[in-house]
Design a protein around this ligand. Structure first.
Ligand code: NOJ
Length: 534
């Protein structure tokens, strides 16, 4: 091992980014909800963990109908989380701790409480105020049929009627009206919002629903009537080549203007949430002069299956490489079932073994990686909620038919033996989502004291990743192995991930750098992974 050189020119090409779901990270003021000061107090934890950056989910003023993705003011912090001055202080403190800061930008929609939408409701049909959103007359006699057949991702029609009879579009909740990106005023506003945060020192943006901003002229029907409707509308065809509201070619001129702006602010980066089907389509978002990165949903949604993972890794390295972008890897976020539960097949111990191996797989691959808060503790999806405790609009809008995302959003267990495990200080209100009492066994404090814990595994892996020449480069090559083993070289190091039910012997003389389970007799156990020097 050699010492790390000075920071690479483009930090985001190889960065490990930790996702701070602010509502559930750390609560300093005792209201049961995470906040800016809570993040500040835990910066040493994040720096010691060894990540390069944090991505903070929306902290802007918001009625919190969709946990902050309904933004009422993009230039202020929600009082639930703190103040603008506090956020500026956090950005400075994070930088002092050696951490970059990525914030969310939510350009597809605003909150219905945003000043623009209030003005639109107060103004007449056809007014410039309405032209920032997608207001249309309805169909049918009296205009009481929605303007087209689009469905909300959260269930039900994508249109809501206002008292004067017009309808407005919302691809998500009715409290999240879609903006009209064919309106130059909308484009200018977002350039100004980006600049507002760049001036405050942020190092990048995660772009919410990046593939949804542009709608086809005339808002044509999708033709859902021809398809069987599932209980959850997201199963509908997001991915066709000419979809009226996903993945439209005109998106890219928006992103080119964003990239040009960010280039004026040093090395600021964008990572897009753009789930657009096969990985080959992702390349369009990371072409030179466009966004820097996109979340790799095909990897995130892959089953624990060697053939499936090998294929997605191959295609990712090829596709991002051809576009000149670093590959991206991610195993969890605030919208999906926790990785330890996804890979469990009903057996929590197996889920944890696989989640640990998957972490070494992800962090062992070339390019950038995203760690969702709590995954470094190996925590599981929480399923103990009564219907009255659930808060996700997906659950509420589907009348409970769709479970929703609360189970991966539960406040973190930091220390102590009972809830709230120092998520909040003593005497605080209960956490906004109830924590399992069993989390006493997995608090950060307990895991820090245990060299075999999942937290220690992450800390060791991140240390090796930073310090070792092999992992610092972008080199990647498969090494011969049985079909159920993912085995690849990273320059002078190598990674073996064993998805088979037999031990996988490492080459004679291998020096293990980090392992998700102790290699026995020089072999990686089933459902485990190791990094080694040959
Ligand atoms: C994607 C975000 O990750 C999700 O949490 C949110 O509900 C939707 N976009 C709508 O903004």
């Amino acid at each position: 091992m050699t010492r790390a050189p000075s920071p690479p020119a483009s930090w985001w090409r190889t960065a490990v980014v930790y996702q701070v779901y602010i509502r559930s990270f750390a609560d300093a003021d005792g209201d049961g909800m995470g906040d800016v000061a809570g993040i500040g107090a835990r910066l040493p934890y994040l720096a010691d963990l060894g990540v390069d950056a944090i991505w903070i989910n929306p902290w802007y003023r918001s009625p919190q109908v969709d946990a902050g993705y309904d933004v009422a003011d993009f230039r202020d912090i929600d009082p639930l989380f703190g103040t603008l001055a506090g956020a500026e202080g956090l950005i400075r403190d994070a930088h002092l701790a050696g951490l970059r800061v990525i914030v969310d930008v939510v350009p597809n929609h605003t909150s219905s409480e945003h000043a623009w939408f209030r003005a639109a409701l107060a103004a007449a049909p056809g007014s410039p105020e309405r032209a920032r959103y997608l207001f249309r007359d309805g169909r049918g006699p009296g205009g009481d049929v929605p303007p087209n057949d689009w469905r909300s991702v959260f269930g039900g029609p994508a249109w809501t009627r206002v008292p004067d009879g017009q309808w407005y579009l919302h691809l998500f909740a009715p409290e999240q009206p879609d903006l009209d990106w064919s309106n130059p005023e909308v484009r200018e506003e977002f350039l100004s919002v980006l600049e507002f945060w760049l001036r405050r020192g942020v190092d990048g943006f995660r772009v919410d629903v990046a593939h949804g901003l542009i709608k086809a002229p005339g808002l044509p029907d999708i033709g859902y009537h021809a398809l069987p409707l599932g209980p959850h509308d997201v199963a509908l065809p997001w991915h066709s080549d000419d979809h009226p509201h996903w993945n439209r070619a005109e998106l890219h001129e928006v992103f080119r203007s964003w990239r040009a702006l960010a280039a004026r602010y040093g090395d600021a980066m964008f990572v897009a949430e753009a789930e657009v089907g096969p990985i080959e389509r992702y390349a369009d978002y990371v072409r030179p002069g466009e966004l820097h990165s996109t979340f790799n949903f095909p990897f995130l949604k892959s089953p624990w299956d060697a053939a499936a993972l090998r294929e997605v890794i191959d295609r990712t390295v090829r596709v991002y490489g051809a576009a000149g972008a670093p590959p991206n890897w991610v195993l969890g976020n605030h919208d999906l079932t926790r990785v330890a539960t996804r890979f469990a097949d009903g057996d929590p111990a197996r889920g944890l073994r696989r989640a640990r191996a998957a972490a070494l797989l992800m962090l062992g691959l070339p390019g950038g990686a995203y760690v969702y808060q709590g995954d470094e503790l190996g925590i599981e999806e929480v399923v103990h909620f009564t219907p009255g405790e659930r808060q996700d609009p997906i659950f509420l809008r589907s009348g409970g038919a769709v479970t929703g995302r609360d189970g991966c959003r539960v406040p973190l267990p930091w220390s102590g033996d009972e809830p709230p495990f120092w998520f909040s200080p003593p005497g605080a209100a209960a956490p906004w989502l109830r924590q399992p009492a069993s989390w006493r066994a997995v608090t950060a404090e307990r895991q820090l004291a245990d060299p075999g814990s999942t937290l220690s595994l992450h800390r060791t892996a991140l240390r090796v990743r930073r310090a070792h020449d092999g992992f610092r480069g972008e080199g990647f090559a498969w090494i011969d192995a049985p079909g159920e083993v993912l085995h690849f070289a990273r320059g002078s190091a190598a990674v073996a991930v064993n998805l088979s039910d037999r031990p996988f012997p490492l080459p004679r003389g291998a020096r293990v750098l980090v392992a998700s389970a102790e290699p026995a007799g020089g072999a990686v156990p089933p459902d485990a992974a190791a990094w080694y020097e040959p």
